[in-house]
Design a protein around this ligand. Structure first.
Ligand SMILES: [Zn+2]
Ligand SMILES: [Zn+2]
Length: 209
């Protein structure tokens, strides 16, 4: 069974997720955001097998540098955003100087792509390429748990007016992929509280099935 802890990090209240399986000493992190001190404290003594990024906006990658150096763990990111970790312009941190300093880190060790299956912490994670909010946005499905980044929120969706965003892609990602999952799938978004596919399919004010 997958154990999920969430951390609300940084000025944009980004959700970072720390996941563990049967062995509580081994974990993975999805989206280590800015100011990750609370998360860093929680992984003391743990082995971190990987950092998975739903996309490379600064509020999701702000903690990558610190945790990667500390744990020597590889980072996974969709190929369409492979330049974004090294560019404060592309990851958006240059655009909001009052919110974030310019943030950069080394490129990701591994590319992600649609349909890829990752075996980590004794679990299987399926990768869905879900662009719209950003070109390389992905969602991760593990059993009945979906990590949707900034694509799908509780009663909301990600903005599509940032560089590389596209409303048509967002609709296709939701109707063509995420809304086709079982209604009971729990959704852990990049911001805000948890929801389910069944709830959003019917109640989401921006995109319903
Ligand atoms: Zn974003
Ligand atoms: Zn975000």
């Amino acid at each position: 069974m997958l154990n999920i802890r969430s951390f609300n990090l940084g000025p944009l209240q980004t959700n970072a997720y720390l996941l563990t399986g049967a062995d509580p000493a081994k974990g993975i992190i999805i989206d280590p955001g800015m100011n990750p001190a609370a998360l860093v404290r929680s992984i003391e003594g743990m082995e971190i097998e990987a950092i998975l990024l739903t996309h490379a906006h600064f509020d999701h990658m702000g903690g990558v540098d610190e945790i990667r150096k500390l744990k020597k763990c590889p980072v996974y990111l969709h190929a369409l955003e492979s330049e974004w970790l090294t560019s404060a312009k592309l990851n958006g941190s240059l655009l909001w100087p009052d919110v974030a300093p310019p943030l950069t880190t080394d490129p990701a060790e591994y590319d992600l792509a649609e349909g890829q299956v990752l075996k980590l912490i004794g679990h299987t994670f399926r990768v869905f390429h879900t662009p719209g909010h950003s070109p390389g946005s992905v969602s991760f499905l593990c059993g009945d748990d979906l990590f949707s980044g900034d694509v799908l929120f509780k009663l909301g969706v990600g903005r599509t007016d940032l560089p590389g965003g596209r409303e048509r892609d967002l609709f296709d990602s939701l109707r063509g992929k995420l809304y086709k999952l079982d209604e009971g799938v729990k959704v852990y978004p990049g911001h805000g509280s948890r929801t389910t596919i069944g709830f959003e399919r019917v109640r989401n004010p921006y995109v319903t099935m």
